[in-house]
Design a protein around this ligand. Structure first.
Ligand code: HEM
Length: 465
């Protein structure tokens, strides 16, 4: 099979585009690996080099794994970047041109409209809703089988975080149902690898692929559900003060017009999906990693036992969980729920001595950055003390990017961190979770980072186990 691409490595200290050919790849081998998990198709040099350029079917992609270059790219030169076509092909059928997928002034307007929802005082006001959702999960786990049972932890966390997002963003609209919503999300995300692969092969969008029909049906269901949520709100006669209310009241600064219906759907679906799936993954990975490290788990549970107040009653209680927070950050280093940030250059971009020309893909492979040999000591080892205040302060902020960076940084970052802490503080003191398979599940790229084969664990109440 002839090689169709070469991975080219830019070595530190050298002019980056005077590259050494590192590895040749063949089309079927890349395709198969990409469909299984894009991460496995990455050139392994991105774990050891600051800048790596690959050429695939004549297209160049630059992987940026140096904190200084990442800052330069995502903060200083953010204006020269736009959404990457392959991500648009994967996400736009569902999310249209909402806050996650839009660029330029269209994006700016949507970001401005949503920002008040994520101010610190607003996030604090969500804590009781987070605590209620977590308590409901705790009650379900106790009611179903008080002596303990095997559970799909990822699904359970999806349900919990979905409850939080519905409670906070659409004031608990009771008609949005988690189970069918989750199934539709799975069906949709499950076939995005095909869309990404086909875009890389520059195949037209009408080219059929496995899962396409189910994906299209999922989109119809998801967008329909969200449209009905908006219609119910309109029928109420007043917009409300939640995210949906903010979106309904947003006005175009130039025309004074409200957001068009499609834009409302794009954004509400973006927030509901981006807001619960990533957070559920962070939690699910945390439970699994803690089960591997009982001594860390003991310290976490001991910290929770010292909480002076219940998060449901005192939103500031989560500030008393510094070690649990370190654990969560370290889990998201090894298993970042959003493992890849992708952009296309609209104009030439300078990275040190290198110029990336306009129209080229630039990727920040967060999963690899978090395991990079030049940035982390023993990168594969789980060590929450990396995030102890003094060690974290000594590290370049752009070496750790679970929430991205620059103007497109995750708008829900502090909401997500608070939510994870509240949910962990509700469930961990009550239950001991143990894996049913000895090996850690491998991490699979499905736009987000999912445990391959799901995540079943045995959940037993602590006082019984
Ligand atoms: C652990 C949980 C989460 C993780 C790891 C995460 C990660 C990320 C990352 C890496 C980005 C940047 C993507 C890029 O630059 O291309 C992002 C953007 C975004 N996130 Fe999150 N996220 C989480 C939770 C949330 C929550 C709870 C919400 C909302 C309630 C949310 C809403 C968004 C939105 C709307 C964007 C697009 C922002 C923009 O482009 O202006 N995320 N997220």
């Amino acid at each position: 099979m002839p090689a169709v691409g070469t991975f080219r490595v830019c070595e530190p200290g050298r002019l980056p585009f005077a590259e050494a050919v590192a590895e040749a790849v063949t089309l079927p081998s890349v395709l198969v690996t990409m469909l299984s998990s894009l991460i496995e198709a990455w050139p392994r040099q991105i774990y050891t080099q600051p800048l790596v350029t690959t050429r695939f079917l004549g297209q160049r992609t630059t992987y940026v794994c140096d904190p200084g270059h990442i800052r330069s790219l995502m903060v200083d030169q953010a204006e020269a970047l736009e959404r990457e076509p392959f991500m648009l092909r994967a996400l736009a059928p569902a999310l249209g041109s909402g806050i996650l997928t839009a660029d330029g002034s269209h994006w700016r307007r949507q970001r401005k409209a949503a920002t008040p929802m994520f101010r610190p005082d607003r996030v604090q006001s969500f804590v009781p809703a987070m605590a209620r959702a977590a308590a409901a999960t705790r009650a379900r786990w106790l009611a179903d089988d008080p002596a303990g049972a095997e559970r799909d932890i990822l699904r359970a966390m999806m349900r919990t975080t979905f409850d939080v997002i519905v409670a906070t963003m659409v004031s608990g609209d009771p008609h949005l149902e988690v189970e069918p919503f989750g199934r539709a999300m799975d069906a949709y995300l499950g076939q995005t690898s095909w869309k990404i692969a086909l875009e890389m092969l520059r195949a037209p969008t009408w080219v059929p692929h496995p899962g396409a029909r189910a994906g299209a049906a999922a989109v119809r269901y998801l967008r329909g559900e969200v449209a009905r949520t908006i219609a119910r709100r309109r029928a109420r006669g007043e917009p409300g003060s939640d995210l949906l209310g903010l979106l309904l009241q947003a006005r175009d600064p130039e025309t004074g017009q409200p957001l068009p219906e499609a834009s409302l759907i794009d954004n509400l679906l973006t927030f509901v999906s981006a807001g619960h799936e990533t957070t559920a993954l962070a939690l699910a990975w945390t439970f699994r990693v803690l089960a591997e490290h009982p001594e860390v788990e003991r310290r976490v549970v001991a910290e929770m036992a010292c909480l002076r107040a219940d998060p449901a009653a005192d939103p500031e209680a989560v500030d008393q969980l510094p070690y649990t927070r370190q654990v969560l950050l370290e889990v998201m280093r090894l298993y970042p729920p959003a493992p890849l940030i992708v952009r296309r250059t609209r104009a030439p971009v300078r990275l040190g001595d290198a110029i990336v020309p306009a129209g080229q893909s630039v990727h920040v492979p967060v999963y690899a950055l978090h395991r990079h040999a030049l940035l982390w000591d023993r990168p594969e080892v789980f060590d929450p003390d990396r995030f102890a205040p003094e060690r974290a302060a000594a590290r370049d902020r752009y070496a750790y990017l679970p929430f991205g960076a620059g103007p497109r940084v995750c708008i829900g970052m502090s909401l997500a961190l608070t939510e994870c802490l509240v949910i962990l503080a509700t469930l961990l003191p009550a239950f001991r979770l143990r894996p049913v398979t000895a090996a850690m599940p491998s991490a699979q790229f499905r736009v987000t980072l999912r445990p391959k084969g799901g995540l079943t664990m045995r959940v037993a109440p602590r006082h019984v186990a």
